[in-house]
Write a new protein. Sequence first.
Length: 560
Amino acid sequence: MSKPESAAPAPASNFIRNIVAEDLQANTHGGRVATRFPPEPNGYLHIGHAKSICLNFGLARDFGGVCHMRFDDTNPTKEDTEYVESILDAVQWLGFGWGEHLYYASDYFEKCYEYAEFLIGAGKAYVDSLSAEDIRAYRGNLTEPGKPSPYRDRSVEENLDLFRRMRAGEFADGQHVLRARIDMASPNMNLRDPALYRIRHHPHWRTGNTWCIYPMYDFAHAVSDAQERITHSVCTLEFEDHRPLYDWVVETCPVPYRPRQYEFARLNLTYTMMSKRKLLELVVECHVDGWDDPRMPTIVGLRRRGYTAGALRLFCDRIGVSKSDSLIDVSVLEDCLRDDLNEEARRGVAVIDPVRLVIENFPSDATEICHAPNHPQKADWGQREIPFTRELWIEREDFMAEPSKGFFRLTPGGMVRLRYAFVVKCTGFTADADGRVTEVRAEYFPDSRSGTPGADTYKVKGNMHWLSVAHSQAVEVREYDRLFSDPNPGAADDFRPLLNPRSITVRHDSQVEVGLLAAAPGSHWQFERKGYFCVDSRDSQPGKPVFNLAVSLKDTWQKR
């Protein structure tokens, strides 16, 4: 199995790790640890899947075992190779590998069918000809037991004949299903004669038209785990009520191994929706620009926005694994990205919302070369030149004609230090008919240059970034905010009214250092005083990078 991209801290203890450790000590599985990650190839993975990936592959890594990559490809009507390829890419990008252990539930279709016939022969399964609506009605509810199907007592011979004819394609979709014969009065609805097979006249992306009947998830999943001799089948809490059926399958069928299932709480993140169905609606209804929209919680979306594999692994480690559902604040995820990029991102200067600053006492034909470190804690990364000229760009928010209390940046008559350069004093400004500032004027103090003797005699509270008008270039910058304005959009019946209308702001006149024009797609940069940005991997062109805001330098959302 491949190693993670970068060293990770020792994983925190949790109840699943404790179970694995105890099993190893007791030699429960012959000293083996075998886990699996079994996604359905019917959509793109999201950050909730990242938690499962890190848990399953991490257990195998830390306990000297193996983790199988296995696709649950039992529903051909919703599956596509596009999803398969994206899932494999996501797992590898997160820093994990499966070596020779790449499997598909379709690898075991013949074995599933063999076990189904065994169950029929043992009187443990039957072909039901009720409609889907009638099957639901016959199942009862949480307060009333179900009642047997009128087809429950078909003979073994009749059931085998019907099931074999189902396989031969004699019947239409929905005409029959194969059900387990367990207990229609069970308090667990999953044991009330659950379906094991259904008819689907639809070609499978791997097996073509070989099959027209397909095993249900609960059946195929248990069989697949048993065939692969999985020791710890780890899944989320919504499958806890399915565990008795899982156990029934591996205990009733003549499988070569009896794995155990364990459940943990799925990831719930504030201002984020995890439902694959609702995420698909976001895409289909064009509320977002595809699965890789940087506002999406999909791994491809997070990656495009600028999230790193190291940040997601760190996040999964910090939130831990438990049996209790909880809602994790998205700021925890954002902090992980800040911690990761603080070490790895090169520094740069960008003026996101520029307004012109004219230094009236600086010669129009002169240039003063200032220097800035490429990383303040990494001297070996060197420095870069930042030219200082008469006309500069500053952030619009860094000037106030009528300053509020606690505003320490540029104001009429006020003084600030231009980072890496000089102290300046505002001498005036101009505005348009709407009162929007169009130009700020100032004078500079030649003996105040940063790093020179006597510069520290100028005591100012404000420190601003800037760029030379003549030595900068306009680029597109996309500032992303949270997609939803409600902290728990997944709980709403309709998520649409909760969409944040300010989840993206696109600027076409943001100014950056000219050296940033060559920034490679996917590269990360800290724009000083603004945040961490990533060069968009889809829309950037040579010499025309598009910068996505990955995360601000601090959590600005909670200050609103």
